[in-house]
Ligand binder design. Structure first.
Ligand code: ADP
Ligand code: MG
Length: 486
């Protein structure tokens, strides 16, 4: 059955924003006033849309005011959400996660069935996506009122599954605990975790340790070096203690690496022993890639380096298995091959959402996740992979990731360097003159400074210029409120 676009309410209480320039090129359905963004193919198709918000521009030439703004998800996207603290970035991630994970009845999406989504929740606030806003709670009243105005029903996300680090008691129901298996980490992961260059002495020492422990094996003297040697066989699965044992005892390692280098790596490995998260077993990616599931990784209690490591481990697994899935699927469709049994039952596409992306993929230091994310945005489309990054500091995110963005959601920013970084890759123009409640603004910096919370310029390559949007209210409970302390 072809999807129908829902009828939504009108929004009141918006300030008057007049934009002189018309939107010359856009996929716009005048009937019902719908603006479709991110639609590269099959223009006008309405069966895979997520509701982002409403256009709040009052334009004399083409009246798009109060149009519903949708994102088409037929094809993969790289979405960049930016704005200073408290402007609505995390709120937007919630909007996207809801749209991806709910079905048509919710009115916030037209696609069926739900999309498999992996959400790296750096502040552990998105557990609330599971819940409906509660009319008994004071903090949910405004949201419920807004939903009433937009004529959108409140809704929890039943397919949400929480994942929390092993040993981190979160107090939530429905949690799967996960660990990081040291034997699943590659050299990039280790160097990223310790912020090392792969070609530094410490990086090379780690490379040697990994080769010896997992591929070549090694031997060490028990007692005087001229005495009997103990041979340690290589093993596919190993843990921190195996690496430490090799570092402390292998003769070649001890000869080649300087004392200082050995000590530095030893202390780093030993420090990880205190964290309960490093243990055999690791993350079973099939528990994450359940079709239609929204997997939320609650990462707040991990340090930034370990947060990145979790992102790295999960995204590498997703990338690998989804890459194989699509390669084998194409061959199977042309009857030139068949699908391996371990790929059966996988979803066709995956969306990955990352909050506080400047911590995970910074421009000025190495993290475990950096190189996989660069690869993911460059080559992930072929594997059906989409990525959404949110940050308060666009200038601090690696530019190789930002350069792949095809949809920008820009909230209020004030620092020039950040505005420039956000705008450097905007896939469209900005309007030339906008009047915010009578105040005329014509420069792009000013246009981004003038926004209120929940308002954003949304730009893609398919629409001739950025469009001013009031993001829609969330349908599920919002866990990101600042606590009242008096
Ligand atoms: N589109 C919106 N509609 C209504 N309230 C919003 C909207 N966006 C943000 N807010 C409010 O602003 C607060 C801060 O938003 P949040 O997304 O947490 O900011 P940040 O940009 O720091 O991630 C939220 O708790 C919410 O109350
Ligand atoms: Mg936030």
């Amino acid at each position: 059955m072809p999807a129908k676009l829902p009828i939504l309410g009108h929004i009141g209480n918006v300030r008057k924003v007049e934009v002189a320039d018309p939107i010359e090129r856009a996929t716009y359905l005048a009937r019902g006033r719908h603006l479709l963004m991110g639609q590269r193919r099959n223009r006008g198709d309405v069966d895979a849309l997520l509701l982002l918000g409403k256009c709040i521009e009052q334009t004399r030439v083409s009246n798009k005011f109060d149009s519903n703004v949708w994102l088409d998800i037929h094809t993969p996207h790289v979405v960049f959400v930016c704005g200073r603290r408290g402007t609505g970035k995390s709120y937007d991630l919630g909007i996207l996660a809801e749209g991806l994970s709910l079905n048509q009845q919710s009115k916030v999406t037209t696609k069926e069935p739900p999309i498999t989504t992996v959400f790296f929740d750096t502040q552990s606030q998105f557990w609330a996506l599971l819940e409906k806003p509660d009319d008994r709670l004071e903090q949910d009243q405004e949201q419920l009122e807004q939903l009433g105005q937009w004529d959108i029903p409140p809704n929890g996300v039943p397919s949400a599954q929480l994942f929390s680090p092993f040993g981190d008691s979160t107090g939530h129901r429905k949690v799967i605990e996960f660990a990081i298996d040291p034997s699943e980490l590659d050299l990039e992961d280790w160097c990223g975790l310790f912020d090392l260059d792969i070609y530094s002495p410490q990086g090379q020492l780690i490379r040697n340790l990994l080769t010896k422990v997992s591929k070549d094996g090694y031997s060490y003297a028990q007692g005087p070096s001229s005495g009997p040697h103990r041979k340690i066989q290589p093993q596919e699965e190993y843990d921190l203690d195996d690496l430490i044992l090799c570092l402390q005892n292998d003769i070649e390692v001890n000869e080649k690496a300087q004392r200082q280098t050995r000590d530095a790596v030893l202390w780093k490995l030993e420090a990880l022993r205190d964290s309960k998260i490093f243990k055999r077993g690791g993350i079973d990616i099939r528990e994450v890639l359940i079709p239609g599931q929204l997997s939320i990784f609650l990462l707040r209690n991990l340090d930034d380096a370990t947060k990145s490591l979790v992102v790295s481990v999960v995204s590498k697994k997703v990338f690998r298995i989804m890459g194989r899935y699509h390669t084998e699927r194409k061959a199977a469709e042309r009857s030139t091959g068949s699908m391996s049994s371990d790929l059966l039952g996988l979803p066709p596409g995956v969306w990955m959402l990352i909050d506080e992306a400047h911590l995970i993929c910074p421009s000025d230091s190495n993290t475990a996740a950096k190189s996989i994310l660069i690869d993911y945005v460059k080559r992930g489309r072929d594997a059906g992979l989409s990525l959404v990054l949110a940050t308060q500091q666009p200038s601090a995110v690696d530019s190789r990731v930002v350069s792949q963005v095809d949809l920008l959601i820009a909230h209020r920013l004030v620092v020039d360097a950040d505005i420039s970084a956000a705008l450097a890759r905007v896939p469209a123009d900005f309007p030339k003159q906008v009047s915010f409640g009578g105040a005329k603004i014509s420069d792009r910096l000013g246009l981004i400074r003038a926004l209120d919370t929940g308002e954003a310029w949304i730009a893609d390559a398919e629409t001739s210029r950025a469009v001013l949007v009031a993001m829609r209210p969330r349908v599920s409970a919002h866990g990101g409120d600042e606590p009242k302390v008096v």
